[in-house]
Design a protein around this ligand. Structure first.
Ligand SMILES: O=C(O)C(=O)C[C@]1(C(=O)O)C=C[C@@H](O)C=C1
Length: 334
């Protein structure tokens, strides 16, 4: 590292689950600067723009409420931008984005209900307020839906409202700020991690409020694309995950099946499939779809990548390999 600290950006401020994912990823490296950004888009933009940043950590999906659509759409937009700026009009073309995925991390998400002020009677104190305003990151609402419903049923006389924040840690910050210049009859609370509560010296009113035990978010670790892969991943017996996005020729019946059949022909096991719509504002339609698939390869098996890429290219309109990275052990075990 030439004595230079590694610079890692994540959705800030400190105390977010993204911060936790970044710490998990780089825990064995001694000199790391963890730099918070204000939003998920900034985690992509900064990495692309600022050559002093080495890595960026972004949430991708949650086991309770699925895709973190911000991240999916930021990946999608980068691929579509490259298609639009590509000088060749040829179909079947491979797109090479400026960033790549080099690792995944799984973070166990244990949400807490957090109050900026000491509530002597804990949750029972809610009954004293006319309104309780709850702050959190939009991804969180779907993970605590039943809990919030039961809260509203328990305190029918209280008006509950929600306010979206850029992250869970920021939501603790915002509820602290709002409580300061507040009328007595409104309570501002946040949903976030115990770490965030500790950081802002706020009170955890209830712990583990997520609807599902084992609530977990999967994160991707990104860097600017390099020509050669440094062997940072070390030796692993676990399979390698490949993240590939593609568009099909939408009017050809069976065009998606044709792409997936290439995986079958090459005996490649697909482990996820997702899609996001997009709109090019040109051509003959408003709606198109970009597919995200992940498939396994074995680091120790003979490498037939070139033939696979040729066959995939033959079936897709455009395609892009975002990276090949080791499956995390946390995918399998608690
Ligand atoms: O707000 C945070 O703490 C984040 O790191 C973001 C994020 C997300 O976007 O999914 C991460 C994990 C939780 O699922 C909720 C929020």
């Amino acid at each position: 590292m030439n004595g230079k600290n590694l610079k890692v950006i994540f959705l800030g401020p400190k105390g977010t689950y993204s911060h936790q994912a970044a710490l998990q990823q780089f825990q064995s490296i001694p000199n790391v600067d963890y730099l918070p950004t204000a939003s998920i888009p900034q985690c992509f933009d900064e990495l692309e723009r600022n050559a002093s940043i080495d890595y960026s950590v972004v949430p991708l999906e949650n086991s309770t409420n699925g895709q973190v659509v911000f991240s999916y759409d930021l990946l999608r937009d980068r691929m579509i931008q490259k298609v639009l700026s590509s000088t060749t009009s040829a179909e079947n073309s491979r797109i090479t984005p400026d960033i790549e995925v080099i690792a995944e991390q799984y973070v166990s998400i244990t949400h807490c209900l957090i109050s900026p002020i000491e509530l002597s009677n804990g949750i029972e104190s809610f009954g004293k307020f006319q309104e309780v305003k709850i702050y959190s990151h939009p991804q969180v609402w779907g993970q605590v839906d039943s809990y919030l419903k039961s809260l509203a049923e328990k305190f029918p006389q209280v008006t509950f409202s929600r306010s979206d924040c850029s992250s869970t840690s920021e939501s603790v910050n915002q509820c602290m700020q709002s409580q300061i210049d507040n009328q007595d009859n409104i309570l501002h609370v946040a949903i976030g991690s115990e770490t965030a509560a500790r950081l802002y010296k706020a009170q955890v009113i209830e712990h583990s409020i997520n609807d599902k035990l084992g609530n977990t978010t999967r994160f991707l670790v990104l860097r600017r694309r390099r020509d050669t892969r440094l062997n940072e991943v070390g030796d692993t017996k676990l399979p390698q995950v490949n993240l590939l996005t593609f568009t099909t020729r939408q009017d050809d019946p069976g065009s998606l099946v044709d792409v997936l059949n290439v995986l079958k022909t090459h005996s490649l096991n697909m482990c996820s499939i997702n899609s996001r719509p997009f709109n090019l504002s040109d051509g003959d339609r408003n709606w198109r779809y970009l597919f995200f698939i992940e498939y396994y390869t074995d680091k120790n098996a003979p490498n037939h990548n070139e033939q696979f890429y040729k066959d995939i290219g033959g079936k897709c309109k455009h395609w892009c390999l975002w990276g090949t990275f080791p499956r995390s052990e946390m995918y399998y075990y608690k």
